[in-house]
Design a binder for this molecule. Sequence first.
Ligand code: NAP
Length: 361
Amino acid sequence: MASEQQQQQKALAITAKGGPWTLIAIPIPEVERGNLLVRVEGAGLNPAHWKFQTGVVYPAFFGSEGAGTVVEVGEDVTGFEKGDRVLFQGKAGWFNASRNTFQEYALVDADLTAKLPQSISCLQGAAIPIGLTTAAFGLCQAFPDRSDGNTQARGGAGLKAFWEPGAEGCYAGEGKTILVLGGASVVGQYCIQIARYMGFSRIIVTASLKHETHLRGLGATHVVDRYADTGASLRTLEDKEGLKLELVFDAVHAAVTQAEVDLLAPNGTLVSAGPLHDELLFEGGRRATAIVGSVHIHRELGKEMNKRLGGILEAGVIKPVRVEKLSAGLAGVADGLDRMLRGQVSGTKLVVNPTETRDVV
Ligand SMILES: NC(=O)c1ccc[n+]([C@@H]2O[C@H](COP(=O)([O-])OP(=O)(O)OC[C@H]3O[C@@H](n4cnc5c(N)ncnc54)[C@H](OP(=O)(O)O)[C@@H]3O)[C@@H](O)[C@H]2O)c1
């Protein structure tokens, strides 16, 4: 793809501290050993994009979820060829434009890339990487070793990884219960699907009740109104059904309250999509940790998952969350992030097709 005079592409960046999202022209990256160059035909908007708009250097680049078509294959890559459809997690490489997904062409590590089945569009594919990784790693990573006194060390609940052979129904018959706070969020919807696949008996979620039918379809067994007193609703379940909460997954970060922590069974685990709140008290062996849903930080897990992900998606084990495509390609991102910041995106993932971006003026 690259020539002596590198071809240009359209990209979205913040060009100066505190500045707005701006369309700029940057060179199309050259493919590197072990990498693929992908035409990005789907890019997902993520809460991190409105939460952290500060670069280390400028212009700063942020897109972190993508799907598209392989246009160049680097040396030493096996298993991929030109024309393959793939999905991948962009790298929040704020020093380096080439690996983010708010651009038309992105460079990706082949061993952290998954094949995208024909049944899933690139826009749907772009709604998978971070949400699924966060849910999956939060469930399967080992609980962090805290022996050095670092109470903020991150990890997960230590369950079997859903992509491993034998994961299907592996907990069936054990009466396992999970509470997913924020079941309608992207992370929450993938968490529900993984828990169902692995055979959890009770998958209790908090969500707006308008999502109840959809979430039950994904595998939720109980939908608790997020706007009601969730602590009281859960205590009712505890009384009626002898609920024992061994695992709480806070998929929206900020939702968890002391009442919910206190509902954890002794030695129960809370995993959170964001940093833990200092004011929460954990007693009786109860414990909590925050997740890092990044295949770039947890490369070995990322490689294992991505190797099998294409087949898992093809088999329909995990379905992409619903997407809403924004118009005008990358030019639609800023308004979409603004809607997310205002809480106006509900049960769906906003996506764009970067190749639809009009010329940079
Ligand atoms: N640690 C990591 O590596 C990592 C990775 C990815 C994401 N995250 C974090 O995970 C969180 C979720 O990300 P996402 O992409 O899944 O978000 P999202 O889908 O954009 O979140 C919006 C959804 O969350 C629901 N929601 C918001 N607050 C809620 C609450 N208090 N109780 C129940 N539901 C609530 C909304 O419900 P309504 O439908 O009722 O409006 C809406 O459906 C974000 O905080 C994000 O920053 C962390």
